[in-house]
Ligand binder design. Structure first.
Ligand code: LLP
Length: 424
């Protein structure tokens, strides 16, 4: 369920029409819905009622401060993968005690920042990283709270670029190596073993792989307990898929119920790291049609959003629903077209061979399901200022991020000094 619905034929974000938002804030424009974000978070949280759990929102999916602070107010924890994401969470008023720090390549300064900030746990992904965390903690005179991210070697049956829990992926350590590293960590006074983590991939539409992963991780936890290594929490990662087109992912209620069942008898805490399921369908990208270009038998609808704004179609071949923001014209005929941006790459498209009512220049198109990995993966390629982001709440719209200006594009850069001038 989301709060982007048509009223009298016109698409609205909650109580404001997307046309009015585009008029006020320009295009391309990311629009998020407070009611949808809140609803998604609460549904997932409630699906785990009865077990001691923390929903740690995966910041990478959408790291806008307004979105983070909304989740922080709901009581959310956060899954971060960089010092920058930790900075954002703290700026948004997030509780560092509910932050889990994942990622295969944490630098010393990031480890130190996390320890100083008092994050709940560092999810360690390799033997050399475990050694680094220990060194940094010792240097700071603290004990580092750690979990090992185990790679349970299950196939999540998703796009290879977003599958992470197979042996050939770079993430986590094997179950055998985890045994060895837990034993090592248990003897290291600079490390405090807190729990165990796994994450097998993203946009997963079947419960089976999640349950297989949990079963394998639990078996390991049980083994460790017999060696006197007690784990206080089990982090099941994120990865629950959403409907972009016709996928039928499990409802969060079913997901929560299945997790609870798989964790029957587990007496520690449970952490979740959901990203896409919370924010994906809580956001859209609004873009204006510039030209309708006929080229041989093909029709290109050229819009003002491009792969720098939303890279998922070009990068993963991802499908995003596209529709007109306004009421469809009665005389409009259907068209099969490629919706493309202005960037100088043939891979710059938002949709290919898409059936749409023929748009006219000036019309607004709405790209659906753009709340996750949309703005977060945007860039300035082709020197395009990044889009603005607004967060709608009922009939109010907060500018969550201003549109970038040309001056923003060159912030921190400088041309060569005048010939003969002293270098600074
Ligand atoms: N936890 C960890 C350790 C992760 O690596 C990820 C996502 C998540 C949680 C959240 O997964 P989610 O619930 O959002 O599926 N850019 C890609 C998705 C990459 C996901 C990377 N890791 C896309 O646009 O589809």
């Amino acid at each position: 369920m989301n709060h982007f619905q048509r009223k009298k034929g016109v698409l609205h974000a909650e109580r404001i029409s997307l046309e009015a938002l585009a008029e006020a804030h320009g295009t391309p424009l990311y629009v998020y819905s407070t009611a949808t974000l809140t609803r998604h978070w609460k549904v997932l949280h409630r699906s785990l009622a009865g077990i001691d759990h923390v929903v740690c929102y995966a910041v990478k999916a959408n790291s806008n401060l307004a979105v983070l602070s909304l989740f922080a107010r709901l009581g959310s924890g956060f899954d971060i993968v960089s010092g920058g994401e930790l900075y954002r969470v703290l700026k948004a008023g997030g509780d560092p005690g509910k932050v889990v720090f994942s990622g295969v390549g944490k630098r010393d300064d990031e480890i130190a920042f996390a320890l100083e900030s008092g994050v709940r746990v560092l999810n360690v992904e390799s033997a050399p990283e475990l050694a680094r965390v220990s060194i940094v903690a010792r240097r700071m005179g603290v004990r580092a709270p750690i979990a090992l991210r185990v790679n349970p070697d299950v196939d999540p049956k998703t796009h290879p670029y977003i599958s992470t829990g197979l042996r050939e992926n770079k993430f986590g350590v094997s179950i055998a190596e985890a045994r060895r590293l837990y034993a090592l960590a248990a003897t290291d006074p600079a490390l405090e073993i807190r729990g165990i983590a796994c994450h097998i991939g993203s946009q997963i539409t079947d419960l089976r792989p999640f349950l297989d992963a949990i079963a394998r991780v639990r078996a390991l936890a049980k083994d460790l307990a017999t060696q006197g290594i007690r784990l206080g929490h089990l982090d099941v990662g994120g990865g629950l898929g959403i409907t972009y087109r016709d996928e039928e992912p499990p409802h969060p209620d079913a997901y929560g119920a299945a997790i609870k069942k798989a964790l029957t008898g587990w007496d520690g805490e449970v952490f979740l790291e959901p990203g896409r399921v919370l924010v994906g369908n809580a956001g859209v990208l609004v873009t204006r049609v510039l030209y309708v270009k006929k080229s041989g038998r093909k029709t290109f609808v050229v819009v003002d959003a491009a792969m720098n704004d939303l890279v998922r179609p070009s990068y993963y071949g991802a499908y995003h629903g596209i529709e007109l923001a306004g009421a469809p014209r009665k005389d409009a005929r259907e068209l099969v077209c490629d919706v493309v941006g202005p960037i100088c790459e043939s891979s710059d498209f938002l949709a290919q061979k898409r059936r749409l009512p023929e748009p006219r220049p000036g019309d607004l198109l709405v790209v659906r399901s753009a709340g996750a990995y949309g703005f977060a993966m945007s860039s300035n390629y082709n020197a395009r200022p990044r889009a603005a982001e607004v967060l709608v709440d009922g009939d109010r719209a907060l500018v969550a991020r201003k549109r970038e200006t040309y001056a923003d594009l060159v912030r921190g850069e400088q041309p060569l000094p005048e010939p003969g001038a002293v270098h600074r």
